[in-house]
Design a protein around this ligand. Structure first.
Ligand code: AHG
Ligand code: MN
Ligand code: MN
Length: 333
């Protein structure tokens, strides 16, 4: 029987890859792991405990109805970041504005975290996989001062780490620090994330496509051309692909990481900028996809090259296996 490697052991072993960070990045990742274990526990209680399931009764900055678990997860992660000592500020999909932490320790923190505390929240009440997505940057403002909007609006290329937690049939944490992608599965019996998917690579191609096809007639014509290609016998596989759309980006992305596939959320006439958020969803998943050999683009430009201009910016998002994303892009005008 081979020895189990826990997330903490793995992080410590890899710490040497970040001589400049002197353990700070390791501590942030450990804080994220602890917060996500708490959220995972709460997710597993949904349906049993009244304060977990259902709508919060508020509309968030995205114009979407907040679920109770959106708020629980948001607060849990903010608490972990505020008290960890390495983070000077955060921005979250659930909050109107970014938060600059005010304690002296936090003001000296060198990093900011941007995150989607609960992704796929419309799936909570129906017991379908949901997740958390995070992105870590070094601050650009001076240490000892309050975090600024500029700290939050950095180009995706500047990420020093990114990851996601999938609360699926098991709970997994997958992350990259720019040296490949590794996945850890939570063993609830010992309360530890254990290395289960070392050095993850996204297959170059696959036979699954994920898109909300209810939108097909309100997208640009190239999208319909690509979906028709997926459904045709004249495609690269000589047979129709399988359509798979969970409606939780993390879960759709994770499936594509393992099996190969493409995820498409284009701009539509009703969401002219696209639906997914650049800072909390697209940038972190783009970083992971590229580290695993995949691609992430708006259809025209590489996601990681976009200079953000506002916190809750949305973009069209095509992400997944390299050859499939290239094919989709080739059919756009
Ligand atoms: P969130 O729950 O964080 O608001 O994200 C929902 C996102 C994403 O997870 C999913 O792929 C997509 O929105 C689903 O949108 P549609 O219901 O429009 O297909
Ligand atoms: Mn989301
Ligand atoms: Mn969310």
């Amino acid at each position: 029987m081979s020895k189990v490697t826990t997330l903490n052991e793995f992080i410590m072993d890899r710490q040497a890859e970040f001589p400049f960070a002197s353990g700070e990045l390791s501590r942030i990742l450990s804080d994220i792991a602890v917060a996500s274990k708490i959220v995972s526990r709460d997710v597993r209680q949904a349906g049993l405990v009244d304060h977990i399931l259902g709508a919060q009764g508020e509309i968030n900055i995205q114009g979407e109805e907040q679920q109770k678990l959106d708020v629980v997860a948001d607060q849990q992660f903010i608490k972990a970041f505020e008290n960890g000592g390495e983070i000077c500020g955060i921005a979250s999909e659930e909050n109107d504005d970014f938060v600059a932490f005010t304690s002296d320790t936090a003001k000296n923190g060198k990093y900011v975290v941007l995150f989607d505390p609960l992704d796929g929240s419309s799936n909570i009440d129906v017991n379908v996989s949901i997740g958390t997505i995070f992105s870590i940057y070094r601050r650009t403002s001076e240490a000892g001062t309050l975090a600024t909007l500029e700290d939050m609006l950095q180009i995706g290329n500047e990420q020093i780490a990114a990851g996601y937690v999938l609360y699926g049939s098991s709970t997994m944490l997958v992350y990259t620090t720019g040296h490949g992608v590794n996945g850890f599965t939570l063993d609830p019996s010992i309360g530890e994330f254990c290395l289960s998917h070392p050095n993850m690579k996204m297959p170059e191609s696959g036979r699954m496509y994920a898109m909300n096809e209810g939108n097909i007639d309100i997208c640009e014509p190239g999208i319909k051309k690509y979906v028709q290609y997926c459904q045709s016998f004249d495609n690269d596989k000589g047979a129709p692909y399988s359509g798979r759309y969970i409606g939780s980006l993390v879960a759709d992305f994770h499936r594509n990481m393992i099996k190969g596939g493409i995820y498409i959320y284009p701009d539509t006439t009703t969401s002219p900028e696209g639906k997914l958020r650049l800072l909390y969803e697209c940038n972190p998943l783009a970083f992971i996809a590229e580290q695993a050999g995949g691609l992430a683009t708006t259809g025209r430009i590489r996601v990681l090259d976009i200079q953000p201009n506002k916190l809750h910016q949305r973009i069209p998002f095509f992400c997944g296996s390299k050859k499939m994303v290239e094919k989709a892009m080739s059919l756009l005008d």
